[in-house]
Design a protein around this ligand. Structure first.
Ligand code: HEM
Ligand code: CA
Length: 172
């Protein structure tokens, strides 16, 4: 717990209760990657700008999230994650999205810290941001430069390589 707490300069809170999240509940593996260290200190997810990490994020989304949220996050028994409407407005920030994934929300949306490690959560988050299909100007989770360059996702044009063909997520 201590090393992780020392890394986190942000306060992470449960999406429903507002109570502090205990990041030491996360698996030991995946805690000290560059991406996790940067995220815990700043709330910036470097995987959002790294297309080589999308196959991994997609693979994790398909195994852990798509059963409830749909293949491309279009919604199923859980709400759509690929549009500009959010039940919890905090999910319009990457910190908020992380908090919802880590700590869960209501009903079937349980905490994911038992199923994904912190690095994997950031990879899934990058995929969720990638499949966004609405107006990029409403993608307030992106920087203005990222918004200007963003191409809205169309599932018929998904060219993400399979994970077995592109298993390496390279630092950029
Ligand atoms: C809500 C992400 C797995 C069921 C949400 C929300 C997010 C999210 C961001 C809030 C959406 C909003 O504010 O509009 C994810 C991710 C998952 C995952 C990334 C995988 C890592 C699951 C699974 C289930 C599920 C496996 C079903 C067993 C739901 C439901 C809600 C929800 C029912 C609505 C909860 C509420 O409104 O309080 N999910 N989810 N999710 N999710 Fe998930
Ligand atoms: Ca939505």
């Amino acid at each position: 717990g201590f090393a992780l707490a020392a890394q986190a300069t942000l306060n992470f809170t449960n999406t429903v209760t507002g109570q502090p999240l205990d990041l030491s509940d996360a698996p030991t593996e995946g805690r000290d990657t560059e991406a996790v260290k940067k995220f815990l200190a700043t709330g910036v997810n470097i995987y959002v700008e790294n297309p080589t990490c999308l196959p991994k994020g997609k693979d994790l989304f398909l195994s852990m999230c798509s059963g409830c949220h749909g293949h491309y996050g279009e919604g199923k028994i859980g709400p759509g994650l690929n549009d500009s409407y959010w039940t919890y407005p905090k999910n319009m920030t990457d910190q908020g999205l992380f908090e919802t994934i880590f700590g869960g929300a209501q009903g079937q949306m349980g905490p994911m810290y038992g199923a994904l490690n912190l690095d994997e959560m950031l990879l899934v988050m990058a995929w969720v941001r990638h499949v966004y299909k609405d107006d990029p100007n409403d993608a307030v989770w992106l920087t203005p430069a990222q918004r200007a360059a963003f191409k809205r996702f169309n599932d018929k044009e998904d060219q993400t390589p399979d994970l077995d063909k592109a298993p390496v997520c390279k630092a950029t």
